[in-house]
Write a protein that binds this ligand. Sequence first.
Ligand code: SAM
Ligand code: SF4
Ligand code: SF4
Length: 350
Amino acid sequence: MPEHDGHFDTDLDGAEIDRLGRPLHDLRISVTDRCNFRCHYCMPKEVFGSDFEFIQRDEILSFEEIERIARITADLGVRKFRLTGGEPLLRADLPTLVEMLANIPDTEIALTTNATLLASQVDRLASAGLDRITVSLDSINDAVFREMNDMDFPVAMVLEGIDAASKAGLGPIKINAVVRKGINDHTLIDLARHFRGSEHIVRFIEFMDVGTTNGWRLDEVLPASDLVALIDAEFPLESIAPQYEGEVAKRYRYRDGDGEIGFITSVTQSFCSSCSRARISADGRLYTCLFAVEGSDLRARLRDATSDEELRTFLSSIWRERSDRYSELRSKATGDLEGLPRVEMSYIGG
Ligand code: SAM
Ligand code: SF4
Ligand code: SF4
C-alpha cells in the first residue's frame, strides 16, 4: 500500500484512497435481501419470519442502475465486483447482470452463494462472464447443516452446485464455513477432509457480530488460532504468503501437498488496515464498512437528474472521507461500540 500523508488522493494505479491510505478496490453488490435459508447467525427465523418486511420491488436497484454505479466505481479504482445478498441466485435473470458487468474493462466478477440454485444456473453464469465463485457451506454433516440453515436444505444439494460449477470451469471454488463453538466445530475436520486433495479451498470464518438480530456472543467465537491448531493436529499445515495485499484469509497448505486451506480472523485479528471494500445494498445504499450504521443514498441520485460526473464526485468524496475500522476498534474497546444500531448481513451482503 502506498505511503499516505494526506496529500495524495489516488494510489499508484489511480484508485481513490481513503483517510487511512486504503485504495478502493472491491465493490460488493447485494442484488436481493431475500434468502431461501434462515441461517441463525444471519437471518434468524424469529426476526426474518413471514411478517418481515423485505425491500419492495420498486425500491430494488435495476440492473441498469447497478451497472451505472459499477462503471463509475471502476473509474475510481474498483477491480472486482462481488455479487451477493441475501441469496443472489434468487434474483431473476442474474446472468444478464453478469453480462453487463463483464463489459466493464479491467474488472473481474465473483459470486457468493449458498449454491442451492447453482447447478441449474451455473452454465449461463459462466458463459455470461462470471470469473469466480465462493460457496458457503458450514458443515459437511447433513444433520448439522440442515439445522444451521434452518430450512432443512441437505448438504448434497450444495455439493451438486459445487460440482456443476467446477464442470463449468469456475474452479477452484472457495468454500466458506462460519464457525460457531458448540454448533459446528466438531464437524470442521470432516469438512477439511472432504475437500482435501480436491482443487477447492475451504476457509473457516470466525462468527462475527454483524447486525443486531443474531444473538452474537464472544464466547461462541472459536479463535482462528485454535482452529489452525485443531486442523494442524489432524493434517499438518504450514503457512503460505498472501496472494495479494489486503487478502483477508490467512493461507496455509497441507504439508503432504494435498492443497490449501484458509482462516478468516474477522474477530481476533482485524484486517481493517488493508480493507479496500465498498458495499451497496439491494436498495442502493453505499456502505464503506460492514459495521456501518448508515449508508449513503445512491438510489435517489440514480433516479433524479444527477449526471455521471456528479455521481463520480459524490462516490469519490465518500471514499476519500472514509476512516472506518470497526474491527480494530472492537478489539481495543468493545464497550463504546455496543448497542449501536447496525445493518444486517443479509441486507448488506457480507
Ligand atoms: N447467501 C449467500 C451465502 O450465504 O453465501 C451470500 C450472502 S451471505 C450474507 C455472505 C456470507 O456472509 C456467507 O458466507 C455467510 O456465511 C457470511 N455470514 C453471514 N453472517 C455472518 C456472521 N454473523 N459472521 C460471519 N459470517 C457471516
Ligand atoms: Fe442466506 Fe447467506 Fe444469510 Fe445464510 S448467510 S441466511 S444463506 S444470506
Ligand atoms: Fe473493513 Fe469495516 Fe471489516 Fe474493518 S470492520 S475490515 S473497515 S468492513
